[in-house]
Design a protein. Structure first.
Length: 304
């Protein structure tokens, strides 16, 4: 039968589900509208995560007659994360009315497909540890060592949730000011630190079920891909571009950046060194010059 492999848990069924769900979300957000909308982009990602989790749990139950403690724990943690993040991002875009990251993409039908295709890979990659652990069916019982993975996931999720909550509350009062309070006093991108941490926990929970090199790669792909996305693609790079331009003229913000860790939480330096301040001023000047260049201006991100 053509799609008989969908009855079993694993990486391939998860990828098919991710691509299918995102294709439907893309179509719903694009066709029959005067202009495509990004209002359902983030929530569709959360729904796709939940669809992968639901299929994995159902397939394991059908294969084994029950869901193993390892799969149940990983599925539960992933579901809580997806529900929390999806609800938060959906409420935010509805409240703000738009997401400036998509302003240019929406004007070209080919470029508009890129974020949806990328999100298909993102959803699949983050659920790869769960899909692998469920697919092998090994190490179903939890041990004391699994407490480390569970603690990392829960701790990272709590840290990310608190950071998002603090930033959201601050931005409601001071939309045009940079966030430097709460957890952001110890890390410029505190929410991203929590996000990467929790997927490291998912990888650790999946590792006992790995027996082949491909299994270890599947477990590691979640934190590796998430870190790559946040550090090199759509996370910090996009935020930095607008932040240096918007706040680079503020000596208080330059002092904050010179004293504060970019990602890993760490107590800020008491005094910014002249070298660190000079580097920050240079970055602010470069961002300002780039923004003033013809055709190179950037839309500020709404969450900064």
């Amino acid at each position: 039968m053509l799609f008989s492999f969908m009855r079993a848990p694993g990486l391939l069924p998860s990828f098919v589900i991710s691509c299918g769900a995102q294709a439907v979300a893309y179509a719903f957000s694009t066709f029959g509208r005067d202009q495509p909308t990004e209002h359902y982009y983030d929530v569709s990602g959360a729904v796709t995560h939940l669809a992968i989790v639901a299929h994995t749990v159902a397939a394991v139950s059908a294969r084994d007659g029950a869901v193993s403690p390892r799969v149940a724990l990983m599925a539960g943690l992933s579901s809580v994360w997806a529900l929390r993040l999806g609800a938060y991002l959906f409420e935010r875009v509805q409240r703000l009315g738009k997401d400036e990251r998509f302003d240019t993409l929406k004007t070209d039908r080919w470029w508009w497909t890129v974020p949806w295709a990328f999100q298909s890979v993102w959803c699949w990659a983050l659920q790869a540890p769960l899909a692998m652990a469920a697919g092998t069916g090994l190490a179903s019982r939890l041990t004391r060592r699994d407490a480390i993975g569970a603690a990392l996931f829960a701790g990272g999720l709590a840290y990310e949730t608190l950071a998002d909550s603090q930033k959201d509350a601050f931005k409601r009062r001071n939309r045009n000011a940079p966030m430097t309070e709460g957890l952001f006093r110890y890390s410029v991108y505190a929410n991203y630190a929590g996000e990467i941490t929790l997927w490291c926990g998912a990888a650790l929970l999946a590792l006992p079920a790995a027996v082949r090199p491909a299994h270890f790669l599947a477990a590691a792909v979640a934190p590796a891909f998430d870190a790559f996305l946040l550090l090199r693609v759509s996370g910090i790079p996009m935020s930095e571009a607008s932040s240096w331009r918007r706040y680079g003229s503020s000596e208080a913000w330059l002092d904050y950046r010179a004293r504060t860790s970019t990602l890993l939480p760490w107590p800020p330096a008491r005094v910014a060194t002249p070298e660190a301040l000079a580097l920050c001023r240079a970055r602010a000047a470069a961002a300002s010059a780039l923004a003033e260049a013809p055709g190179r201006g950037e839309q500020p991100r709404k969450d900064q």
